[in-house]
Write a protein that binds this ligand. Sequence first.
Ligand code: MOS
Length: 691
Amino acid sequence: MTGVLNTVGAPLERLEGPAKVTGTATYAFEHRPDDPVYLHPLQATIARGRVTNIDTAAAESLEGVHTVLTHTNAERLASTPDSELAVLQSDEVGFRGQLIGAVLADTPETAHHAASLIGITYERHPHDAAFRDDSDVVYTHDGSNPMMSADLVHGDVDTALAAATFTLDATYTTPAEYNNPMEPHATIACWQDGELTLHDSNQGSHVVRAVVAPLLGVEPERVHVISPHVGGGFGAKGMPHSHVILVALAAKALPGRSVKCALTRQHMFSLVGYRPPTVQRIRLGADSEGRLTATGHDSLEQTARIKEFADQSANASRNMYVSPNRHITNRLAALDVPPGTWMRGPGETGGMYALETAMDEMAQVCGVDPIEFRLRNEPESDPSSGLPFSSRNLVACLREGAEKFGWRHRDPTPGVRREGDWLIGTGVAASTFPTLSFPGSMATIRCCSDGRYRVDIGASDLGTGARTALSQIAAEALEVSVEAVDLHLGSTTQPFASLAGGSAGTASWGSAIVHVARTFREEHGSTPEPGAETTATAPPNPAAGEYSMHAYGAQFAEVRVHADTGEIRVPRLLGVFAAGRIINPRTAHSQFLGGMTMGVSMALHEHSVTDERFGHVVNQDFAGYHIASNADIGSIEATWLDEYDPHVNPMGSKGIGEVGIVGTAAAVGNAAHHATGIRVRELPLTPDKFL
Ligand code: MOS
């Protein structure tokens, strides 16, 4: 049936592909209202203090300037504990780059020029933007991340380490990394008759509404968020950031006018979050057989003094491998810097870089092959919760990957393979990401006059192919061909859908669609009248809380390091994943390739540099902040096991958006060590570190 009806499992091309490649798919900023007003944001140039004066006279006297919005004239928002979103509500400055005003003008050029005429004076307070382990700034997070507690202590790691045959104690660092989707954030706001309409690039229109409406003191039904196409987000568009509030405030100041704001690439280095830098100490102890007896993972991450964000990178070590004694801690250093946010694989991406590098080091200490070392430490149930795994096929991924990659012929000795001036090595690392599903998503299915089915769900397609995958899920559930489904998403006019985040979009929305389709068939039969319609909410997963649910993968890298310059290349990557049932092999393959490519980028290039004297990122564009380009990527192969997980959701699928980046950087670093004998514990793996 699957092949015939093009439903789940068929490698369909993106349904909106032709619209995208012909330029007719409208992204947020491309919406063209009549007579728009352009917003140019003003940003603080100090890291901490107060704005004492903003001289707007020259700017406001320019022809074409409507007004300059500052904390002195902006409308009051409802009070909020979220200091990032309390835009223009006080004279306080909590980080360099913070929004302190906006120029509104008839053209972007006029707005930009007017902004240059504005004089701002400050009262400077001493600031601290130096990320370090120091009791002045370090604290235990107070639970802003509801997913997990800060610490997990089982047994006694110190005693176990003292008794261990083999031990490792190593510290790994990762820099702040910045989400850089192709489409920077953009918002158009229009306030009319007490209703606010936002054309906004986001990962959840209903989420934007839920945040914006109470801040502006309006009923959620009076806020409309429209977002049919999104050019990537990677977590930075998961929650609305300060610019959305600024544009909404501006629209309220100019009723009836549409206010347009497109963030620049530079803005993205202070206004929309980042993956916080980490310092992670890992201690491992093992017995003479290479079985882990102790795992210590202590992570320190940067957070902003004005708003806590915690990745909790150490938590990857809670349930990855068996170890009777575990000591997992997450600490934060609060600084006068912009707030961090989610970035692809938040927590696991940084945490597994450290853990999977340490596992490679420890395998060597124990004299065991790194794949065999992982097999020996494979848990039978979740070592942190004691729950059974809903499905866990890491071992099969490692075995299949080893076979495909030719691991059996590998000489484990580091630094002995050379072709001309290039040292050659191979490495492996494991991937994992939780299988989540957010509650409450709804969908509507209606039978149209032509006999086709219209499906409405307020979900987001970040460019990943969600629209296509959901159409396939709907078609399967209705037992019709995908051509008989007309799926609409991306707007608050559609039923509530949870965030496109946590690799949980397809699972959460698909669960709603399957449920509504079944209900529709019960109510209207298999030959419904045109106009027959059903709306319903996805029921909670009865297996939630009974199983530990995760996707897994094994990544293999071949690396070449130039003996004289330290230049590092990655000619070959292989990822083998176990991520449940694959809804659409074509778009899933792209997700895995994208994750692995971003992992190479993290391994080799991505490195923001903060000037601690001023509190800003110096390399705030693509000239200075390097991301992997085509020329950096050799052969990448991504494949997966045939896995169906009956417990996770009605589709048997797991999230695939994030697991692909997890482990890549460790695999590359482990291969670089195999090539050179040099163990780098600090990302990115730049040439200087191999000389
Ligand atoms: Mo993802 S970092 O949860 O958008």
